[in-house]
Ligand binder design. Structure first.
Ligand SMILES: C[S@@+](CC[C@H](N)C(=O)[O-])C[C@H]1O[C@@H](n2cnc3c(N)ncnc32)[C@H](O)[C@@H]1O
Length: 257
């Protein structure tokens, strides 16, 4: 067996993370560069022995694999479609809204959702499940503290209303935090929640193989409530959505057929 494949199997047994479902060329390039940077590990065999023993190296490896970059209002024009087109339609049908921010990273996405949803519903009527595979990002998301750069795309009025500024940091107000429940969830292995009025899953599916993506789309489709909406990332349009019982509502937004 090729050395990298053996490495993937050992990582799967140790961490439950199945790297064979992530695009191989891209992942192998990232991990080879990390392994070489750490010096002394000429092969993936040696590198596995090291991460198997050293918690710090293991954490560094997991951080590299999971790619945690996020932003408030990432790709602002899409959030504008959510606010102007999608939420008004959902509001007409739903007194309360259940949202899932899947692969939520450090919280910018679920907080953006809570801020925009609060223009349509009382915050007590907004129930957001925010999940990620990575415990570290979930811990940071729960704190809800960001620097000035992170909040630069938050409209001024929303920043003033929903954040407490302390020097150069911005803390999300408690009533916004209370809309959100954070939970660890692996999109490639765990059971999917159901009855979601809106599922947001952005900038993670690009890392997965076609086979893994197809399986995830089937799961998401089943997780939607009647009239539920699925919101994807800016380079993540679904090829032939009808295969998953979905139809296009607007670019990057789908609903069940
Ligand atoms: C680039 S961030 C995207 C964050 C946010 N959705 C956004 O668009 O700004 C990708 C996130 O996917 C998470 N992730 C990677 N593999 C995952 C998996 N198998 N299940 C759940 N989350 C995963 C990573 O931990 C990371 O936080």
């Amino acid at each position: 067996m090729e050395e990298y494949q053996a490495f993937i199997q050992k990582v799967h047994s140790k961490t439950g993370l199945d790297l064979s479902l992530y695009k191989e060329a891209q992942m192998k390039r990232r991990l080879t560069s990390l392994r070489n940077k750490r010096g002394g590990f000429r092969t993936f065999d040696h590198y596995f022995d090291a991460i198997n023993k050293d918690q710090t190296l293991l954490q560094e490896f997991l951080d590299k694999v999971t790619i945690n970059v996020s932003e408030f209002y990432r790709n602002p024009s899409r959030w504008s479609v959510l606010e102007k087109e999608i939420f008004p339609k959902l509001k007409a049908k739903k007194d309360k809204i259940k949202i899932w921010s899947a692969a939520c990273s450090t919280g910018e996405e679920p907080y953006t959702l809570a801020i925009i949803a609060s223009k349509f519903w009382q915050t007590t009527e907004v129930d957001i499940l925010a999940t990620d595979i990575d415990d570290n990002v979930i811990a940071r998301a729960k704190q809800g503290i960001y620097n000035e750069r992170a909040v630069q795309d938050v409209p001024e009025e929303m920043k003033e209303r929903h954040f407490i500024q302390q020097g150069n940091t911005y803390k999300v107000k408690e009533y916004i935090k209370q809309c959100i429940t954070y939970k660890k969830h692996n999109l490639l292995a765990d059971k999917y929640p159901t009855n979601m009025d809106l599922i947001v899953c952005r900038n993670v599916l690009i890392y997965f193989t076609e086979e893994a993506k197809n399986s995830i789309y089937h799961h998401f489709s089943k997780s939607l409530a009647d009239d539920g909406v699925f919101f994807v990332g800016s380079t993540e349009q679904i090829f032939r959505p009808e295969k998953f019982d979905l139809r296009v509502m607007d670019t990057f937004f789908y609903t069940r057929k």
